[in-house]
Design a protein around this ligand. Structure first.
Ligand code: TRH
Length: 383
């Protein structure tokens, strides 16, 4: 069945909300060939992620997706068959009223944040009646096993990654295109994408004195923190040497180049939601800086993921990885360096483990396909 889609996205902060919505919209348009209308409240944030976006246009076609500026008052439009509300962003009332007037009623889905917590399995795909209107919205939880909605994964992603990771010349060509030198096996590449983190200066200092390392620093918060530590300008394209540590300031990459960065590196520091998932598809060892929440709610989510990620691994490696991730997420400058050293010694073990983990995740149906299957199932039910 051919579907048509409305996706609603509010940009709360950073890039995760629009990062996920754009990836989903793009995949629907390209892999299912279906009309997608993406409503975004903050075009300026979106433009950082996709430089071809014109922030002055209320309507535009971007890579086959109709991008609409979500404004108030909301324009009169006919809702599409499937309405995705990303991260409980509340589509406007005028649009909800238009949904009520549409027959058959659109399938309304709230695409929630990713979590490895067990409770999401019992809530995934449940429906909830709107308190006022004759509408039902359905909770859709991405996740790490078959009882959840799965993860975003384009159909060609892993095959493209395999080619990139096995073809040294393709990897070096890509590194050159970013003004980076060819990967040198004697100098491991580490990418850094994190929130402000008091544990970072200690790690940077440690890397200056250890074995040679090349740190590829993402634009934004990571680059600014490194700049403060360096006490000198660290602008895009700049390359600096501090002892054994080579530091490179990256521009903000396109999403597909960011994937290549993760594929090229021997270790990736990632954060939030989308880069965290992409690092898992990169099948390389990683450290996750989880999005900090009030009252430490994020620690429960961190532990829930660690429990899945490390299940069945020997205690030594479980403790090593957990210890570093915890000290990194506690912003603990003292213990982070000690735990990093232990983790780095185990990097070959985690290189193998990350491939195994990725292969296991790849057996799930991807999130885009699960959303489509769910919507088709609902639309096919007798009225
Ligand atoms: O940017 P994030 O921290 O995003 C979020 C938001 O804070 C959101 O409100 C919160 O709820 C969520 O995290 C959990 O991290 P994330 O999710 O990894 O999103 C970053 C996006 O930016 C992702 O799509 C990858 C992309 N990206 C690039 O395209 N190029 C780059 O150079 C970099 C560094 C990232």
């Amino acid at each position: 069945m051919q579907l048509s889609w409305d996706i609603f996205c509010t940009v709360i902060d950073n890039f995760g909300d629009i990062g996920v919505c754009w990836r989903l919209a793009h995949q629907l348009a390209h892999e299912r060939g279906e009309p997608v209308r993406l409503w975004v409240d903050d075009l300026a944030a979106f433009q950082i992620l996709h430089t071809q976006l014109d922030t002055n246009k209320a309507t535009q076609i971007l890579d086959g997706v109709e991008v609409r500026h979500w404004t108030t008052p909301f324009p009169a439009v006919i809702p599409r068959q499937v309405v995705i509300e990303a991260f409980a962003c509340n589509p406007p009332n005028d649009f909800l009223n238009a949904m009520v007037a549409t027959e058959p009623k659109p399938i309304w889905i709230n695409l929630d944040y990713l979590s490895a917590e067990a409770w999401i399995e019992s809530c995934h795909a449940l429906g909830s009646r709107h308190p006022r209107l004759p509408l039902t919205h359905h909770f859709f939880f991405p996740g790490f096993n078959k009882a959840t909605g799965g993860l975003l994964r384009e159909a060609c992603l892993l095959a493209e990654r395999d080619v990139f990771q096995t073809d040294i010349s393709a990897r070096n060509h890509w590194l050159h295109s970013l003004n980076l030198e060819a990967a040198d096996p004697a100098k491991p590449l580490i990418s850094l994408f994190c929130y402000d983190n008091a544990a970072l200066p200690g790690l940077l200092a440690h890397w200056t004195a250890g074995e040679p390392i090349c740190l590829l620093v993402a634009d934004g918060k990571p680059r600014r923190q490194v700049e403060v530590w360096l006490n000198e300008a660290f602008v895009h394209g700049k390359r600096l040497q501090r002892g054994q540590l080579t530091l490179v300031a990256l521009p903000f990459l396109s999403q597909s180049d960011y994937d290549r960065l993760l594929w090229a590196c021997d270790f990736n520091f990632v954060r939030g939601e989308d880069s965290f998932v992409r690092a898992q598809w990169a099948a390389r060892p990683m450290a996750w800086h989880i999005y900090p929440q009030e009252e430490d709610a994020h620690t429960v989510k961190l532990d829930a993921f660690l429990a899945r990620y490390l299940a069945d691994l020997p205690d030594v490696q479980c403790n090593t990885l957990s210890a570093f991730w915890h000290s990194w997420n506690r912003n603990d400058p003292i213990s982070a360096v000690t735990h990093w050293q232990a983790l780095w010694r185990e990097r070959n073990f985690f290189a193998t483990h990350s491939q195994h983990w990725c292969n296991t995740l790849a057996q799930q149906t991807d999130l885009m396909q699960q959303l489509a299957n769910f919507a088709i199932g609902k639309l096919s039910q007798p009225g």
